[in-house]
Structure formats: C-alpha cells, structure tokens
Design a protein around this ligand. Structure first.
Ligand SMILES: *Cc1c(COP(=O)(O)O)cnc(C)c1O
Length: 395
C-alpha cells in the first residue's frame, strides 16, 4: 500500500510514497541521522574524512579569462578536485558512516550513469562494507568503464534486465532488495530525491559545499555573490551550494536543467521547466510525464542530468520563486565544455557545462558590482572520450 506522510515535506512536495513495510526503516534512518548530526564524535569522524580522504575544503578558484568573457567576476567552487572527481562522494561517505552507526554493513545503491555507483563503491571499499549496485543492462553497456571501476573496488554490480533496462528499473530493483533485507541493509540514495528523510539528509551532507563557498567568498571578495549557479539533475550539488544562501534574499539562486535537443522537443530533462507535479521514487515533485501521467523518459547529453524527476526542495524553491530554474541545450553545453577548458584549463563535467553555458548567455546583463559563484560539480575526464567521438562525427 502507498501512503503519503505528512512529515518530511517542502511545502506540498516530498513525503513518503513507499510500501508500508519501509516506513519503520525510514523512521529509523531519520532518527539515526538526527542523532548522528547532534553527536560531536560522529561529526568529527565525518569532517576528518572529508578533509583527509575527500580532500576538503575544495578550493574557490577565480577564473579571470572566463570572467572577462562573461563580463562579471566568476568564482569556481571546485568540487571537481574532490577524490573521485565530483561532489557525490560527500554524500556517499556520510551515508556509509551512518549505516555503520546503525549496525548495517550491507549497502545497496542504484546507478544510471555509474557516478553514484562509483562514489558508493569507493566509500564501501574504504570501510570494508558489502556493496551491491543495481544498474540497468543498457546503462552497463553505455558506462562500462564505471562498471569496471565499481568492480575493481569490490562492488557487486547486478544487471537489471526488466523494463527499459535503465535507471528507473534499477531503482525499482533496489527498493525491492531494501524491502526484503531492510534489517541488515542501508540504501544509499545519490541525490536529494526519494522518500523523506533522504532529500533533507542528502542536502545536509552536501551543504558543506555552500558553507565553505560562503566563507571563501566573504574572505576573498568581502561580500556575498550576486548569484549562485549550479546544474540540476536530481539536484544535490545545487541544493548543497544553495542551502547556505537560501536566507540571503539578495543572492539569486539559479538552477540549470538540461534542455537536451530543445524544450520544444520531447527530448530533454527539464523537469521544473516543463514537467508537472507527480510521484516518482517515493516522493511528490515536478516530473516529466505524458498526458496519462506516465513518466516520460528523460534525455540529456550528460548522463548525470538524464533523470525525469527532481528533488522536492527544488520544486518548493521553484514554486515559491526563491530560486530560478533555466535550461540549456546539449549543443550549448558542449560549446561551454570547450570554452571553460580553453579559457581556464579546467575541463568541466558535461553536467557542470550546462551551468557554464547559461552564464555564457548572460553577457551584458550584470550590474557593474556583481559577482557570481559557480558550482563546478565535477571534472570532465569521464566525458572526454564521448565529446571526442561526437566532434569527430560532426567533422
Ligand atoms: C551526478 C552528477 C550531477 C547531477 O546530480 P545532482 O544530484 O543534480 O547534483 C551533476 N554533476 C556531476 C559531476 C555529477 O556526477
């Protein structure tokens, strides 16, 4: 039976649309997380790992040549310099520690692009936890290097052959496993999605990005940024950097979705720009769906943004207009990938390239004293082979 909860909501969004058998596990998780975050010893273990294993704090880089191009000083929050090359490790390490605190040494996860699977496998290797990753068979073919990475670190990657053989079916399989093994198993969700308390928990674990960046901006520039810009897939790097600025009304928060082949086509991932509220993965949020309410498959050049939903807190920030959500196309993101590489010697992830592309379109719109903070959610090493193949096709 599916029962919506009254707690764990952002306005109308979020909640717990899950099988009844999971409610006690979600309650336990929520309690364990709140207790852990109030326990100085746990927080110290976590922050020590973020420093000594992940490499935090991540630097704030100025970007003189890119700034000149955009016409506003842009500062780069360098999550690409974290161990494993993106922000996802902040969350994976935190949830793995929490699992051990709850006495659970079996970890499951689902992954589409493989990046969350790699971050989870990394954390499990570090702590000697059993790691099972569900992945659609088609995604396994598309992301074979990430499958190899996960297996190299000792994870078991289970191919999902049901349905579309992609992320949606891998998620169903992970939920089925969790229902069956909930006493021994923790399910690490990789973005600010899923039933409560996941969206809040993942946000809080990623909020280190914004806390550091806020301090670094005040230190370096002497004032808060005029705008904070981040790409939005599920929305965890964006919530991670937005959270520290939500109560600063003068700071614009801008989330950039993937417009894929264009918002007028049905080949995009712009859940907030073009979706409607609906239930996916246990929560109510904006969602790409057809007229019958069936989930419409997403498309993006970047595997990490290729998701038909978005975290419920973003839906809330969207409806209350605290944050602005925009979208850029595959072609614009591809161009931005080259621009930042050429102008700054920073090869960004294709996901991040969407946020960069939006900035490139804002030339001439900034006040003379404006500054921008951009979340570089990850590095582009994982994308260079794909981009090279696409460029040689078009030549
Ligand atoms: C997974 C990923 C994203 C998208 O996920 P969010 O939860 O929206 O942050 C963005 N950038 C990179 C580098 C990623 O790996």
């Amino acid at each position: 039976m599916i029962i919506p909860e009254s707690s764990g909501r952002f306005g109308a969004f979020g909640g717990r649309y899950v099988p009844e058998t999971l409610i006690p596990a979600l309650d336990e998780l929520e309690r364990a997380f709140d207790e852990a975050m109030a326990d100085a010893a746990f927080v110290k273990t976590y922050t020590d790992l973020l420093r000594d294993y992940v490499g935090r704090p991540s630097p704030l880089s100025d970007a003189p040549r890119f700034s000149e191009r955009v016409g506003v000083p842009v500062y780069l929050k360098r999550e690409d310099l974290n161990h494993t090359g993106a922000h996802k490790i902040n969350n994976a390490i935190g949830q793995a520690l929490l699992a051990m605190r709850m006495g659970k040494r079996r970890i499951i996860a689902e992954t589409g692009a493989g990046q969350h699977g790699v971050a989870t496998a990394t954390a499990c290797a570090r702590f000697g936890l059993e790691c099972i990753v569900y992945m659609g068979e088609i995604d396994m073919e598309r992301q074979e290097l990430n499958v190899f990475r996960m297996r190299l670190m000792g994870a078991t990657v289970i191919p999902v052959r049901a349905g579309t053989r992609t992320l949606k079916d891998a998620t169903s399989e992970a939920i089925r496993d969790w229902v069956t093994n909930v006493d021994t198993t923790h399910y690490i969700i990789g973005s600010v999605v899923g039933p409560a308390p996941y969206p809040r928990m993942v946000r809080d674990l990623q909020s280190v990005i914004g806390r550091e960046a806020r301090e670094q901006m005040l230190d370096r520039v002497g004032k808060l940024p005029s705008a904070v810009v981040a790409c939005v897939g599920g929305g965890s790097n964006a919530m991670g950097i937005f959270h520290a600025f939500v109560n600063d009304p003068a700071v614009r928060l801008i989330g950039v979705e993937a417009a894929g082949e264009g918002l007028m086509t049905d080949r995009h991932s712009a859940s907030l720009s073009r979706g409607r509220p609906g239930v996916l993965h246990g929560a109510l949020s904006y969602l790409l769906q057809d007229v019958n309410g069936q989930v419409h498959p997403a498309h993006s050049i970047s595997a990490g943004l290729d998701y038909p939903g978005v975290g419920p807190e973003h839906s809330f920030l969207h409806d209350t207009k605290r944050a602005e959500y925009v979208a850029v196309t595959d072609a614009e993101a591809l161009e931005a990938f080259s621009v930042l590489s050429r102008l700054e010697g920073v090869i960004p992830a294709l996901e991040t390239s969407h946020a960069i592309a939006w900035l490139l379109g804002t030339v001439g719109t900034w006040a003379s004293d404006a500054t921008v903070l951009l979340c570089v959610s990850g590095r582009g090493d994982k994308d260079v082979a794909q981009v090279r193949a696409m460029q040689s096709q078009s030549n």
